[in-house]
Ligand binder design. Structure first.
Ligand code: SF4
Ligand code: SF4
Length: 402
């Protein structure tokens, strides 16, 4: 008796439908492969927010009894396969129900598999993925992470590629033929999708990760107050007033000391302080009070607070002064203003590199204008591929250099 337990880590709202298609596809493929399966979401409410990491699970078992035994648990504590549908989540996961940053491979069992959709080389991914004490396999489907806006679902074959990859990873639970048959019969299946399953099966890349390999940082964590340490009654304190920066100049707003936004964003703003006209618009418009007012009157986006919504880029009146760039190309959350002040020439080089990278790594939180989906499909078909290129930057993109 044995079971295959999979978690699908995705971004609330943006990838909700994608994740449920993956877990449903696992169950239906299991049935076609002569196995039993069940899929369920870990949450029902708050995590389904813009970009916040959330989870679905799927369990496949040899027998009904084995399946029921696994279903009797509230949720799996360990999984055979972690499926991560967005490679920026390689940096770790924070969601509403977890405290602190959890490594993406935290639940992955020894000798289990972490499966990602990514164009990044293994070594770049391992710079972000926290190290583990046991060996595991990092498997990669070479494609862009799939994002769609709110409840719109983008038919870019990500879900079937993942199912094809799973048939390779766990052939005793999901046979390739079983997956193809299930996809062919699903209401959203097609011959083209069956072909994508087979391609993903053939092209899956994998690398063994040894104990200790990966990001050596200790993930951010904090202790919640015990119940006896809490104040009486239901009290929600107002956000305290912030404090000035160096020499009494500038201003740092007070922020939630616990809920950091390290993993809620897929993009982050990069600021060109040399061209900033100090208009305040980014500071006023940011929904998360991210911007520190610096002593010289410019604004520095605090990366502990930024969720990567892109509002600041949209409101900034100066071309290329704020540019949203794929989170995957950053390796820390350091202050950009400090970098700029320390060495303006080096900062210019860094900034130019990051903005240029944007062209190769651009991704979008969703559809920023009516008709974007049709535009992407057409571009893709014109290029002769079934894969849809992800993301077109901010709605004012046509006024800016992409
Ligand atoms: S992207 Fe800009 S507006 Fe959005 S949270 Fe980050 S700093 Fe604030
Ligand atoms: S919106 Fe742009 S120009 Fe205005 S203060 Fe912010 S960064 Fe500077």
């Amino acid at each position: 008796m044995s079971a295959l337990i999979c978690e699908v880590v995705y971004r609330g709202i943006f990838q909700k439908n994608l994740a449920s298609r993956i877990t449903r596809g696992i169950v239906l493929s299991a049935r076609k492969s002569g196995r039993w399966g069940i899929a369920f979401g870990r949450y029902g409410d708050s995590p389904q927010r813009n970009g916040v990491p959330a989870k679905d699970f799927a369990i496949v078992a040899d027998t009904k009894e084995e399946l029921e035994q696994n279903m009797a648990r509230y949720e799996p504590k360990h999984v055979d396969v972690t499926i991560c549908v967005d490679d920026t989540l390689a940096k770790g996961v924070e969601s509403w129900a977890w405290y602190g940053l959890q490594p993406i491979n935290r639940l992955t069992l020894p000798d289990g598999t972490l499966l990602m959709t990514s164009l990044q080389p293994f070594e770049d991914l391992l710079r972000d993925i926290h190290k583990k004490d046991e060996p595991y396999t990092l498997a990669v489907i070479r494609a862009r992470a799939s994002f769609s806006g709110l409840w719109v679902y983008k038919e870019d074959h990500t879900e079937v590629r993942i199912l094809g990859a799973l048939a390779k990873i766990a052939p005793s639970f999901l046979t390739l033929d079983g997956v193809c048959q299930a996809i062919g019969e699903m209401e959203w299946g097609s011959e083209l999708k069956v072909a994508s399953v087979r391609k993903a099966y053939e092209r899956l890349e994998a690398r063994r990760v040894q104990p200790g390999e990966g990001n050596p940082e200790v993930p951010y964590a904090f202790e919640f107050p015990r119940w006896w340490e809490m104040r009486e009654g239901v009290t929600i304190p107002a956000i305290p007033i912030g404090k000035p920066k160096e020499g009494g100049k500038g201003y740092v707003p007070e922020r939630n000391p616990y809920f950091k936004k390290f993993s809620t964003r897929t993009m982050r703003p990069v600021v060109d302080f040399d061209t900033c006209v100090k208009c305040n618009l980014c500071w006023i418009a940011c929904p998360d009070s991210c911007f520190d007012v610096m002593p010289d009157g410019t604004f520095d986006a605090n990366m502990e607070a930024c969720c990567g919504c892109g509002v600041c880029e949209a409101v900034c009146p100066v071309e290329n002064c704020i540019t949203m760039v794929n989170e995957a190309v950053f390796e820390d959350n350091a202050s950009q203003w400090d970098m700029w002040r320390n060495d303006k020439t080096a900062y210019k080089t860094w900034l130019t590199d990051k903005i240029t990278n944007k062209k190769a790594t651009v991704r979008s939180h969703g559809f920023r204008f009516r008709g974007q989906y049709e535009e992407e499909v057409k571009t893709d078909l014109d290029a002769g591929g079934a894969e849809i290129t992800a993301g077109i930057p901010g709605e004012n993109a046509k006024h800016k250099t992409i």
